[in-house]
Every structure is written in C-alpha cells, then in structure tokens.
Design a protein around this ligand. Structure first.
Ligand code: ACO
Length: 400
C-alpha cells in the first residue's frame, strides 16, 4: 500500500484548494458516493435498499462495525442503547440555565460537550472499552437531549425516556408526549422518521464529518469531537439548510411574490439570495436521497391527513428550477434537504428542530468516522498548509 503522507512530503508541493474541492483528507471504507451517477452506498449497500428494509440502529451498527449485525447482535445492542437513555439528573438542570429562545442546535452541541464532564476518566480515545461505552451513550442520550431542547423551547415538562419503546418511537414520545396522558404511536410517522434518519446517517467527508475527524485527530474525546460536528452542521449551507428551506418557502408564501419572480431574484443573485435545498458539492445530476424524500413527502402528508400549501410551493419551485438554464448549466438539483422540512412540519416538529433531527440522523456516521480515524495507523493531526499573502518583514516603528 502507498504511504500517502510520505509521498506528499517528498514531492514538496503545496496545493491551494479552497473548500477542499479536489483534496482527499483520508482514506475511508464507510461510504461510497458517485456524484455523477447519483449513487450512495453505506458499506456497499445501496441507500435505496437500506431505506426500504433496515432500521436506524441496524444501519448505525453497519456503519460503525462494517457488517450488518446478526439478529442477536442487533437485539443486544438495541437493549444496551435503551439502558443508557437516562441523563444524569444534574444535566437536566443544565437546560434551566439556558434561555427558552435558545436554538436547539446550540443546546444540543453545548449539552453534548457537557456530557463529557460526567464521564471524566472514561473518555480515553485509546481505550476500546471507553470508546464502545461512549458510542452507546451518545446514540442513547443525544436524542433525549434534542427532545428536551424542543420541550424547553415550548415550555413543556421533560419526559423520562420510555425504554419499552423502539429508538424512533421513544424519540417521538419524548418530543410529542406529555406527562398527563398516554402517548399513542403513529406507525406512519414512526416509519417515515426512521427512513429519514437512515437517509442522513452518513455522507462521507462532508463539512461536519470532516470537522469531527479534524477535532478527533488532536486526540480530543468523542464528546468534544461530536459536539464540534454538531456546530459545523448548524450552518445554513450544510444541515441548517433544512430549516432554511422552510423559512424560504414561508417567506415566498407570505410575501405574495410569484415563484417565478423569486427564481429570477436567485438567478440575479439579488442580496445573495439562494435557492435553499438546491445544489450539492458532490451530486451534479441528482441526489439519490432527495428522490426518496420526495417520494415520502407526498405519501406521508397523505397518510397523516395533512394538507400543506408549502409542499405545492416546493413542487412548483422545483419544476421551474429544473427547466431553467441557470440551474441546468450549474447542475443544481434538489438535495436531501429540499423536501425533508415539509415532512418534519407535517409530523409536528417546529422548524428549529429540523437541524437537530439531521444531527441525530448523522450521529452514527460521525461515530463511525471518528472510530475509523482512531484505528487508522496513518492518522496524524489535521493541519492544513496556507499560502501566506500578508506583509513581508518590516520593523516596528519605535518612535511612534
Ligand atoms: N441557488 C442558487 N445558485 C446556486 C445554488 C443555489 N442553491 N447553489 C450553487 N449556486 C450557484 C453558485 O452561485 C455558483 O454560481 P456562479 O458559477 O455563477 O458563481 C454555482 O452555482 C456553483 O456553486 P458553488 O457555491 O461553487 O458550489 P459548491 O459546491 O461550493 O456549494 C452548496 C454547494 C454549498 C451546497 C451550494 O449549492 C448551496 O449553497 N446550496 C444551498 C444550501 C443547501 O441547500 N445546502 C445543503 C447542502 S446538502 C447538505 O449539507 C446535507
């Protein structure tokens, strides 16, 4: 095998590559993407098959350990994750110190970083038992934290996790249940959310995963690395796009502006306005996840009995953009986030919870990449070069 790091050092060249458009930062065996063909596979399995047949936790195991689990392995892992859902009671007080207006993504990243304070002495990146335990802790506790961020924002009491429920049903209950009455699981909602989470589980070296790897490369523990990844995901050009799409659709509806006029403003780059949920660094023909989400959107809204004019608006926007030369020439197509918001909204999630939902979805991928990086003997601290463009040497003016 080629030692790429030695090779780079020997050539003595530095390449300037804004946005790492052409630069690989690592080798990875987790996820395969062919952006021209619209192919996405986790550990070799096509995303379409996993979304149809698998579950969030099964795919999480696949990403992290490389193979599908046996029935016993999956049952044992599911059981362990259920047993780790409780948060330390003191951590619950952490939420009261934050304003109810706090964005749930800020709460999620802060609480994830705070989690590590409860596991001092148990977070050594080089101790396989610690790594295993903290993988399970994060898969179990981050959904609870996200749900508490939601409850806090609407002034509702937190619920204890219900460990008799599956991962997804527990999450739905934590978000939408209350302490006064039993919570009835809606199977349509449950399956739709499971599917959306699976579609988000990994996407190779995207901005947040690269952040997790970069932070992890310094020897930082899993909690610190994942917390950094959550912050990277928060941005509107990355995970924050799902929230931005709904805001954009609502603004178009409320302004009374025609969709065509909005598209013209995007094309003229007026005030830097973009068609959120369109375009992707890697997919230049179509995003296979977007295709699956779009299929779900119609179906889920119909089955939940929700009529949302924003879905019609999204369809109109897509139709106009796909037939417009500006978007065709730049190969801009709907990405995974274009239709997810419409589904999350139909389920009852407020807009600000959309990106935390993405974070819960992406968590297994972050964990898998963090672990792959730790186990790769070629890993070294991430430290890009720069091309210096500042002043040449000059003397400090002593007589100033
Ligand atoms: N609306 C309008 N124009 C766009 C859009 C868009 N959504 N995306 C790209 N363009 C234009 C750019 O202005 C640029 O035009 P130019 O050549 O006239 O200057 C051209 O298309 C190329 O775009 P880049 O920004 O160079 O493409 P890049 O690969 O760097 O960016 C990105 C990809 C960030 C996803 C971009 O398409 C974007 O901002 N999309 C909107 C935000 C979004 O939906 N993000 C979610 C991405 S998916 C995810 O993270 C899960």
């Amino acid at each position: 095998s080629v030692d790429f790091s030695t090779f780079t050092k020997q050539t003595g060249h530095t390449s300037l590559d804004y946005g790492f458009v052409n630069t690989a930062s690592t080798k990875s065996a987790i996820t395969y993407i062919d952006g021209d063909q619209g192919i996405l596979r986790y550990r070799g399995y096509p995303i379409e098959q996993l979304a149809q047949h698998s579950t969030y936790l099964e795919v999480a195991w696949l990403l992290i350990y490389g193979e599908l689990p046996t029935a016993d392995e999956l049952a044992g892992w599911d059981e362990k994750i259920r047993r780790h859902t409780l948060l330390h009671e003191d951590l619950k007080h952490f939420f009261s110190a934050l304003p109810h207006t706090a964005h749930p993504m800020s709460v999620l990243s802060a609480a994830t970083a705070a989690l590590s304070t409860y596991y001092e002495g148990q977070s050594d990146p080089h101790n396989p038992e610690h790594v295993e335990l903290n993988t399970i802790r994060m898969l179990a506790k981050l959904p609870v934290i996200a749900a508490y961020a939601h409850k806090k924002s609407i002034g509702h009491a937190f619920l204890y996790p219900d460990n008799s429920l599956s991962f997804v049903d527990n999450f739905l209950k934590l978000n939408f249940g209350n302490n006064a009455e039993p919570y009835e699981i809606n199977p349509v909602m449950s399956r739709a959310l499971e599917r959306l989470l699976i579609l988000h589980e990994d996407h190779e070296q995207n901005a947040s995963t690269s952040t997790v790897r970069l932070v992890g490369s310094t020897g930082a523990n899993q909690f610190s690395s994942i917390s950094a990844g959550i912050n990277a995901l928060y941005g509107p050009l990355h995970g924050g796009a799902n929230e931005a799409v709904l805001d954009m659709l609502a603004r178009i509806r409320d302004s009374g502006e025609s969709v065509q006029r909005f598209v013209e403003r995007v094309k003229n780059k007026e005030d830097g306005v973009k068609l959120m949920g369109f375009g992707h660094r890697v997919y230049k023909n179509y995003d296979p996840r977007a295709k699956l989400v779009k299929e779900s959107a119609d179906e889920v809204l119909r089955e939940l009995g929700v009529e949302d004019p924003l879905l019609a608006l999204a369809n109109e926007l897509e139709e106009i953009a796909l037939n417009d030369d500006y978007f065709k020439e730049r190969r801009l197509y709907p990405n995974v986030d274009f239709y997810t918001g419409v589904i999350y909204k139909a389920m009852g999630f407020p807009t600000r919870m959309f990106t935390p939902l993405f974070a819960i979805g992406r968590l297994p991928g972050w964990l898998a990449h963090w672990r792959e990086m730790q186990n790769d003997p070629q890993t070294k601290i991430g430290r890009p070069q720069q091309l210096y463009t500042g002043a040449t040497e000059r003397d400090y003016p002593v007589s100033r």
